[in-house]
Ligand binder design. Structure first.
Ligand code: TXA
Ligand code: MG
Length: 336
């Protein structure tokens, strides 16, 4: 198969939409990361995404929409809280888990009776939805387990010759995936942290919400069912660079930098190629934007090890640390 390289033009949106309508796969940029899309209501098309990504069948895909009203075709119920969040954060980096209507095939929802819905910012996805007339199921456009793609080249590296088309819209502005918030319980719960934080949701809703208590904790196979992550995707190994990665964490930033520097020098003297990822408190958004790209760059350069400084785990720092901890397989060096 020849993968078409498309741009964000009228003509190319039409070509992309035609591919989606015909049951093919089109990768596209969003403000968070690139998605790999198919007609969400066509089970054969969605199955192709799982095949080409190597994605476990029980990991549901997010369904992307173009306009607020589109949610009514997909959600069995739209509550007042959902309305508030839609109006406040869409189009934007928020995915709401809601009760699913029967029209959504089980391959799309990973067999669940709920569905994650998102209306992204930016032209590509919404144009594809509008022009194809289908909601679009799209996980991140990376081979399962690899870092998420934040540039068209990352998608090409993983899927050239394996998907019908990729739309190049330049680098993604946010750089980490959307915040996933479960609206099906009595109290909303964040299942995957993102650039929109718990504080943002609490301000919008005027009440406390929950964070999945398993987030940013090392997975424990011994633990009972209710200690397992609620979003199926959170339980898989993720975002893994080829090189081993060590996170340096401690109360005193200078001591942490000192320990990282010492480790780097020691390894360089042994002839190793070392990648250092060092964002400081206050640079959380910048860290989010560039983190996945740095991991892919390290892979390309064939580095021997990645040394990363931990960020304070609050606000966006918590969300970046969610990715960093997984990338490193929870390999933490305490510096005290
Ligand atoms: O920013 C994003 O969300 C990007 C862009 C393309 O929209 N998409 C993305 O999709 O990150 P993916 O498939 O890589 O991650 C979706 C996450 C997974 O952790 C999945 O388990 C969870 O959302 N999820 C989806 N539907 C769910 C549901 N019904 N219940 C619980 N978790 C769900
Ligand atoms: Mg993903």
């Amino acid at each position: 198969m020849k993968t078409l390289h498309l741009k964000e033009t009228d003509e190319d949106f039409d070509r992309g939409a035609e591919i989606i309508r015909d049951g093919g796969l089109v990768a596209f940029p969003t403000e968070t990361v690139y998605g790999l899309g198919a007609d969400a209501l066509n089970p054969d098309a969605v199955l192709k995404i799982y095949k080409v990504k190597g994605r476990p069948a029980d990991n549901p895909s997010i369904v992307h929409i173009a306009d607020y009203e589109d949610i009514r075709e997909l959600a069995a119920e739209v509550t007042e809280d959902m309305e508030i969040l839609m109006k406040t954060f869409w189009p934007g980096p928020m995915t709401m888990i809601v009760p699913a209507k029967e029209v959504i095939p089980k391959v799309t929802t990973g067999g669940l009776d709920t569905v994650g819905i998102r209306m992204p910012r930016g032209a590509s996805c919404r144009e594809l939805v509008r022009r194809s007339g289908c909601p679009i199921a799209a996980p991140s456009a990376n081979i399962s387990g690899k870092p998420s793609p934040t540039e068209a080249q990352h998608v090409i590296d993983d899927f050239e010759g394996k998907i019908e088309a990729v739309i190049d819209g330049g680098p993604c502005q946010v750089g980490i995936e959307s915040t996933v918030i479960d609206m099906t319980g009595s109290i909303p719960m964040i299942l995957r942290p993102g650039i929109l934080t718990r504080a943002d949701f609490e301000r919008a809703l005027g009440k406390r919400i929950l964070l999945d208590p398993t987030l940013n904790r090392k997975p424990d196979p011994e633990k009972a069912e209710h200690f397992r992550p609620k979003a199926p995707g959170q339980k898989y190994r993720h975002y893994a660079p080829k090189a081993p990665m060590i996170i340096f964490e401690g109360k005193d930033p200078e001591q942490v930098r000192g320990a990282m520097d010492a480790e780097r020098l020691e390894r360089e003297q042994l002839g190793q190629n070392v990648c250092v990822i060092d964002y400081e408190p206050g640079e959380e958004r910048k860290a989010a934007k560039h983190f996945f790209a740095r991991l892919r760059e390290a892979d390309r350069e064939g580095v021997d090890v990645i040394l990363a400084a931990a960020l304070p785990e609050n606000g966006v720092g918590f969300s970046v640390m969610n990715r960093m901890l997984k990338s490193a397989g929870f390999n933490i060096r305490k510096v005290d």
